[in-house]
Design a protein. Structure first.
Length: 757
């Protein structure tokens, strides 16, 4: 078999370069796995290297299995002897075989996250700390975060790593946790890497044995390595120097998991006379897509320059649509998919919709359902299936029906109130014996003996919320009431105290759920909790089209989950400042550069077409948020981008208009004819002003406005003001109002203003 057949020149060079340190900069879609497997095959077939002398690691079991199979398909059964594993699997192998050199038993147990939490729970109980209020999972997450730090491995003072918001001595818990693992002859996943580094540092004999066994080293996805993984590779290859690392600094997007981009950027400093080979030909995307991605990523300072060439030719320009609101954005995506399916004979599986955070999926799911487009969520659950959404819905269900025992037992100890299974069983037994429902047992305090205080607290919460619920809809909005549920129940406070990536994502999802209720009540002004529960139950019980088309679905996912995948058509949505780049990243240069790399990853997933979408406003129960296009859009030259502008794609229908039981009707989403598509270069405008060409003149006064310039108005929040400018048309009429020393701009359609005489 000719190993070099069908390889380009740079790929051949990378395969043939076997001696000494080598950095393969593998841009997106450049065939890096092919190069790695052919390089291993070349070592075995042409260089007579024993398969068991080759050490290769990657980051997932799936990737390791694929690499092993591809090697075996080339060299035959001998390929099974090549050491191809994940970093953690390699660490387990090393510690079980050589760990005795530093006093480790070979029969150690590996603790997963549940085991860690059990250890921490016992520690908290021994310290008389309520483990039901302080989640062991939260402490486990913080311990793992500290162990990932370079300073921890180097024995530095940990005090500046320790969180200061716990009402107990965190370091005492940490030390007891470490002692517990040692006594149990156990290691967590961090320990596997850390102990391996200790072994390589402290035992020359073990290190020498490993270096004799493994002579050639290959590290895949090197940009994603953390400090421990970097050291393991460095120690193992320190004798032969035959280390080949493969990766792309422009795709380093996991710093929050400990990945350190410096590892790939400083490779030449770590290894003298290192060779660098760039895989420049991209076999996935067309030139238009790659040029736009390069225009964005070159604004980063922490990167190595690359000249990526599109193998597939020019292709189409990147397209950007700025819709007037979030439903216009989702409607544009759905209509474009329907149009391309008909016009270009594409299948559902050819489309992917990316977003920065999981909470953004809700509106896209709603519109996909409405259009009968089957979809699947990758790396997460469908919006209404997420735990926090089901929890809040369960509160609503129980508040409207105190006989709903299923909902009662879902929420009685959510968030944790110390109401365990034993207490819940007592409630059930007493209810059955007395012929009453479980809530009456709780409300009338019929349980005797020792009763958890949390049960009384729960009763008070429910009674308070039911009293509040009586004011709907006359004096209280449904969305305000649901927000009150999240506050009074302690649900939001519990998530805030957890303060983890997962809990913050759950808060975003809850806020997005409240947004959906806000939209629902605009179309149903007299909506009651009972009506909403009825409609949401009917809506979520509808058969998902995915069930009938499991292998042919549109893919919805966060951009982080999209890495390594490819699709003919990609929609990169929410391209606005503080959405993407994310609001938590705009004040840090390092974080902003990672956001830009994330944008690069999103764009380069597209094979044939990429659509960028943004909105002028995003509405929520908290008000209207006026959005600015993402800086990443302005970094794409005007000649590389086609501009689409979505005018008034969604409005809140009057009660007389037709809409389904959950408020999402066809009339709410009509897009009319065309999108005012023009090429930026034809407009002869620069990249920042391209969209304004398709907007109404800023000086235009719309006679359809119910207000006039200089008219005095009352705003419920800002008080008395005067209209100083009216601009826009239709649903996009904007009012500039002066409130003395400040001016505010409002969308007239969504702003409750009162005229003053």
């Amino acid at each position: 078999m000719d190993l070099l057949k069908n390889l380009n020149n740079n790929q051949k060079e990378a395969v043939l370069h076997t001696e000494g340190p080598l950095l393969i900069l593998a841009g997106a879609g450049s065939g890096k796995t092919r190069v790695i497997t052919h390089r291993i095959a070349h070592l075995i077939n042409d260089k007579n290297v024993k398969p068991y002398n080759i050490f290769a690691v990657t980051f997932t079991n799936k990737a390791a299995e694929e690499m092993k199979n591809r090697v075996m398909s080339i060299v035959g059964p001998a390929g099974n002897s090549v050491f191809i594993k994940t970093f953690h699997s390699a660490a387990v192998y090393i510690l079980r075989r050589f760990g005795e050199h530093i006093g480790l038993s070979s029969n150690f147990t590996i603790y997963d996250s549940k085991d860690q939490e059990d250890v921490i729970k016992r520690i908290l109980i021994s310290m008389k700390i309520d483990h039901k209020k302080i989640k062991p999972s939260t402490i486990a997450s913080k311990i793992s975060e500290i162990k990932d730090k370079e300073g921890y491995l180097e024995g530095m003072d940990l005090s500046h790593f320790v969180p200061d918001y716990f009402a107990f001595d965190f370091m005492e818990v940490f030390e007891k946790y470490e002692e517990g693992l040692k006594n149990n002859n156990a290691m967590d996943f961090n320990d596997l890497l850390i102990k391996t580094v200790h072994l390589l540092r402290r035992s020359e004999t073990a290190l020498s044995d490993m270096q004799y066994m493994w002579r050639y080293f290959m590290i895949d996805e090197y940009q994603d390595t953390n400090y421990s993984q970097y050291l393991i590779a460095k120690y193992l290859a320190s004798h032969s120097k035959n280390i080949c690392v493969v990766g792309d600094d422009d795709q380093s997007i996991y710093s929050w998991r400990g990945a350190d981009i410096r590892n790939i950027l400083n490779f030449e400093k770590d290894y003298e006379r290192a060779r660098i080979i760039t895989l420049e030909e991209n076999y996935r995307s067309t030139k238009g897509i790659l040029d736009a991605a390069h225009a964005v990523i070159q604004n980063n300072s922490q990167r190595k320059n690359k000249n990526i060439i599109a193998f597939r030719g020019d292709g189409e320009h990147v397209k950007w649509c700025q819709a007037n609101n979030e439903y216009g954005e989702a409607d544009f995506v759905a209509n474009t998919i329907l149009s391309l399916k008909n016009r270009e004979n594409l299948s559902n599986r050819d489309f992917a919709v990316f977003y920065r955070t999981n909470a953004q999926s809700r509106i896209f799911e709603d519109v996909m359902r409405r259009e009968g487009l089957p979809y699947r969520i990758i790396g997460g659950q469908k919006f209404y299936d997420r735990k926090e959404i089901k929890d809040i819905i369960a509160y609503l269900k129980f508040l409207t029906n105190n006989s709903d025992t299923v909902s009662l037992f879902r929420i009685v100890n959510t968030p944790v109130r110390g109401i365990g299974n034993a207490t819940q069983d007592k409630v059930t037994e007493l209810a059955r014996s007395m012929g009453i429902n479980e809530w009456k047992v709780i409300d009338d305090e019929l349980i005797t003996g020792r009763i958890p205080k949390g049960l009384y607290d729960f009763k008070q919460i429910i009674n308070s919320l039911q009293k509040e619920m009586k004011n709907i809809p006359a004096g209280l909005k449904l969305s305000e009431f649901v927000k009150s549920i999240t506050d009074k129940s302690g649900y939001r406070k519990s998530l805030n105290e957890d303060n983890s990536l997962e809990s913050n994502a759950r808060i975003d999802n809850i806020d997005e759920f409240i947004n959906s209720i806000y939209e629902y009540e605009q179309m149903n002004p007299d909506a009651t909790p009972e009506q909403f529960i009825q409609d949401i139950s009917l809506y979520t019980s509808e058969q998902n089209p995915e069930e009938e088309h499991k292998d042919n679905c549109i893919t919805l996912m966060t951009i982080h989950n999209a890495k390594g995948l490819e699709f003919p058509v990609v929609f990169l949505t929410g391209m606005e400042e503080n959405t993407f780049p994310h609001k938590l990243c705009v004040d840090s240069e390092d974080a902003l550069e990672e956001e830009r790399r994330l944008c690069y990853v999103g764009i380069t997933r597209a094979m044939d077409q990429i659509y960028l979408t943004s909105t002028e406003i995003r509405r929520s129960f908290a008000g209207i948020d006026y959005k600015q296009p993402s800086r990443f859009i302005s970094e794409i030259p005007a000649e590389l981008i086609d501009v689409k502008h979505q005018q008034s794609t969604h409005h809140i229908p009057e009660r007389s208009e037709s809409y389904n039981s959950f408020g999402y009707g066809k009339s709410s989403f009509s897009t009319g004819t065309g999108y005012n598509l023009k090429r930026a270069s034809e407009l002869n405008v620069n990249k920042k002003s391209a969209v304004s060409e398709s907007r109404p003149s800023q000086s235009q006064t719309d006679s359809s406005s119910t207000f006039e310039v200089n008219e005095r108005v009352m705003h419920p929040k800002f008080g008395t003001g005067r209209v100083v400018k009216i601009e826009g048309t239709g649903d996009n009429v904007k009012l500039t109002i002066s409130f003395g020393i400040t001016k505010k701009v409002f969308m007239e359609k969504y702003t409750p203003l009162e005229k003053l005489n």
